[in-house]
Design a protein around this ligand. Structure first.
Ligand code: ATP
Ligand code: LTN
Length: 338
């Protein structure tokens, strides 16, 4: 029997905002580390979402620095610009152009249901701007421009990928098949790393409490100290349980950092106390992040290289994006430039 013709590789797109200082262990485990793991199986595009960042007020010089740091972090996490398209969102104007069009096919009611909008507008009560509200239309543009099949994100972004899919379906329904319908791709382990201080809440880079989050560039001694202080419970047993959010979280982190299953972790620490376990977690995370951190530091000294990667990535991305944008403009009835 002849082999069935080889199927095309699925297209993957994801992005991360360069807001705040640096990425957290949650961003690393829930997002960028997985992106690197997907490069061989899929055709991947990864971007630094700097246009999304200005929905919350940023200091221009810091935003510039963080954008480069974001790019360096993607490379340090193992994303290879020869394999994947790596770029900075604002370098491809088609994102903003398609976002405008999609805004006109996105409903006030559906945007009002976005939990991130509700959270962020509560946190930034003095700056509830229109961009913060229509943010999902820009994210839909990011995804739909490249006809992405899969969008690897942490659990908190699932709702935004679903709205992108709804917008795409609505547009296709009106104008015929234009966009591929994307699906969220959520990791089985580590999709929601919790705060070390309040383990019922997600670890978030914008958390004001430094002890709640591990930053990917933290020094080893800071990582050790934060794990030592991590909030646990009074059971004293290293095993998972419904009412043990702190220990559940540490077991997840340790198992990702060491490649062991949660069962193996429980067996390894049977009969041992939380003190030993927290120390082991800290050491495992220090080792996991060490090469990453060193590479970010090296890359940040080489701005020319980062510029070169960004330029080449943007050119490749733009080529693909313009194909979809032209199709969309034609469908909605824009007159082509004579
Ligand atoms: P902010 O605090 O500003 O909302 P954030 O830490 O939530 O920032 P984002 O830039 O919104 O980070 O997220 C980047 C990626 O990291 C997304 O795919 C998101 O789902 C993922 N992510 C963020 N926090 C976590 C977490 N605690 N666990 C797993 N994945 C996460
Ligand atoms: N909104 C996302 C970042 C982001 C993104 C995207 C993720 C912007 N564009 C496209 C996936 C696909 C966030 O805040 N984490």
């Amino acid at each position: 029997m002849p082999e069935i013709a080889e199927q095309r590789k699925k297209i993957v797109l994801s992005g991360i905002q360069p807001s705040g200082n640096q990425f957290t262990l949650g961003n690393y485990i829930g997002a960028i580390r997985n992106w690197a793991l997907m490069q061989d199986e899929f055709d991947c595009l990864y971007m630094v979402a700097n246009e999304h960042s200005i929905t919350v007020r940023q200091e221009p010089a810091k935003l510039r620095e963080n954008t480069y740091r974001g790019l360096a972090s993607l490379l340090a996490a193992g994303i290879d610009p020869q394999k994947s398209i790596v770029f900075i969102q604002s370098h491809v104007p088609a994102h903003a152009e398609l976002a405008w069009i999609l805004n006109c096919y996105t409903m006030f009611g559906e945007l009002s249901r976005m939990t991130q909008f509700k959270d962020k507008s509560a946190k930034n009560a003095d700056n509830i701007n229109a961009g913060l509200f229509t943010y999902p239309a820009l994210m839909a543009a990011d995804i739909l421009l490249y006809q992405a099949d899969l969008v690897p994100v942490g659990a908190d972004q699932k709702q935004h990928v679903e709205i992108a899919r709804d917008i795409a379906g609505r547009f296709n329904g009106l104008y015929g098949n234009t966009f591929r319908l994307p699906e969220p791709y959520i990791p089985a382990v580590g999709a929601k790393i919790m705060s070390l201080a309040e383990p019922e809440r997600k670890m978030s880079k914008s958390d004001a409490n430094e002890n709640a989050k591990i930053l990917v560039m933290d020094k080893p001694e800071d990582i050790m100290r934060k794990f030592k202080r991590a909030v646990t419970d009074s059971y004293g047993e290293v095993s998972r349980g419904e009412d043990k959010p702190g220990i559940n979280n540490l077991i997840t982190i340790y198992s990702v950092a060491t490649g062991k299953t949660p069962e193996q972790v429980e067996a390894e620490f049977a009969g041992k106390g939380y003190g030993d376990f927290k120390k082991a977690c800290g050491e495992a995370v220090v080792e996991m992040l060490r090469p990453f951190r060193e590479q970010v530091e090296d890359l940040m000294k080489n701005r020319d290289y980062l510029d070169q990667v960004a330029k080449a990535g943007a050119d490749r991305a733009e080529h693909l994006a313009l194909r979809t944008l032209a199709k969309v403009q034609k469908k909605v009835g824009f007159v082509p430039k004579p």
